[in-house]
Design a binder for this molecule. Structure first.
Ligand code: DQA
Length: 152
């Protein structure tokens, strides 16, 4: 059987605390719930899923480098590193993998320091404010891109 295209979903610092962490902002779903929903959705889209979380910038950089030449797409919620990390931007630009940036909360309704994302420059699209559904929408978009690429 042909290998399914893989989408790598990366989650940054403190997202392991989802469900407990500021539920009025991030909701009650845990990261395990988000992963379960992503797995089910990826299956319906014919995608293999590699879902990871790290509190460490360097580990995320390593995973982005690993995706180069292997992954069909990347979904990244870089969490607080979104607003600070040139290293993640550089890694994403070097990876040359179609990337969608996701945030659970609407970062533009929040503190001004959350309004700037370093990594958006490397993203084909950004989804924010829609909670875990944003991850599923990112998978939909990447599945569409993979399909369109296959037709070329
Ligand atoms: C977040 C938004 C970031 O500003 C914040 O630091 C996070 C989560 C979100 O998913 O809404 O940790 O990326």
């Amino acid at each position: 059987m042909a290998k399914l295209p893989t989408v790598v979903v990366l989650n940054g610092p403190n997202l392991n605390m989802l469900g407990k962490r500021e539920p009025t902002i991030y909701g009650r779903d845990t990261l395990a719930d988000v992963e379960t929903a992503c797995r089910a959705h990826a299956k319906t889209l014919g995608l293999a899923l590699d879902f990871r979380q790290s509190n460490h910038e360097g580990e995320l950089v390593g995973w982005i480098q690993e995706a180069r030449g292997k992954a069909a797409g990347l979904v990244i919620n870089a969490a607080a590193l979104t607003h600070t990390s040139v290293a993640l931007l550089d890694a994403l630009q070097a990876a040359e993998v179609p990337t969608i940036e996701v945030h659970l909360s609407n970062i533009y309704r929040r503190e001004p320091f959350r309004h700037h994302s370093y990594i958006s420059r490397a993203a084909v699209g950004v989804i924010c404010g829609l909670g875990p559904r944003g991850y599923l929408m990112a998978l939909d978009a990447l599945a569409g891109m993979v399909k369109a690429k296959g037709k070329r």
